[in-house]
Design a protein. Structure first.
Length: 184
């Protein structure tokens, strides 16, 4: 029987509620399948930790995850109006994405049976797409800044960076995924 160790980061807002049910679902699937089992370890990394300690995760957070021998991370939604977005982005999300080179942002878009679509006459067979986008470069590269902060002429500049290597690998991933999906 395969054994998976999963880090659980419940996140903010509705995250803890959603992740609690997600863990229950994963454990039920493991029981039904019978060929694997899950062990979860929860970390309190998120806004509440930031408000308490001044950081969304410990300075050695990535090393903690690397040393732990974990097989995956179940991450809930991150963000809270009490903390500026750039702090949650650079304090947790991007360190995880970039530190572990999680370059694929995979977003399935399906119409579920029984759900009415604003696209008249279209059903689940017609609405089944996959959005694949790069997750560590582009607007996530962090190239930019602010000039004349706090003054009337303050200016913010944000540049997107796409490398040849980053572009090639996400295109390759998308092409291989489309090729595999088309063969079904």
């Amino acid at each position: 029987m395969r054994h998976y160790q999963i880090v659980v980061l419940p996140g903010d807002g509705i995250g803890p509620e959603v992740i609690t049910e997600s863990v229950k679902t994963l454990k039920a699937l493991a029981e039904l399948h019978g060929g694997f089992r899950l062990e979860t370890q929860h970390f309190d990394w998120g806004t509440e930790r930031y408000l308490r300690e001044g950081a969304l995760m410990p300075k050695d957070g990535l090393a903690v995850l690397e040393r732990g021998g974990f097989d995956g991370i179940l991450l809930g939604p991150i963000g809270d109006p009490r903390v500026p977005d750039h702090l949650t982005l650079w304090g947790l999300l991007l360190p995880l994405r970039q530190g572990f080179d999680q370059y694929v942002n995979l977003r399935p878009m399906r119409l579920l049976p029984g759900v009415q679509s604003p696209l008249v006459g279209k059903g689940p067979a017609e609405i089944d797409m996959l959005c694949i986008r790069e997750n560590t470069e582009g607007e996530y590269a962090g190239v930019g800044g602010r000039v004349h902060q706090g003054m009337g002429e303050e200016v913010a500049i944000q540049s997107m960076v796409f490398t040849r290597a980053g572009t090639a690998r996400i295109i390759r991933y998308a092409f291989e995924n489309a090729s595999t999906d088309a063969s079904r």
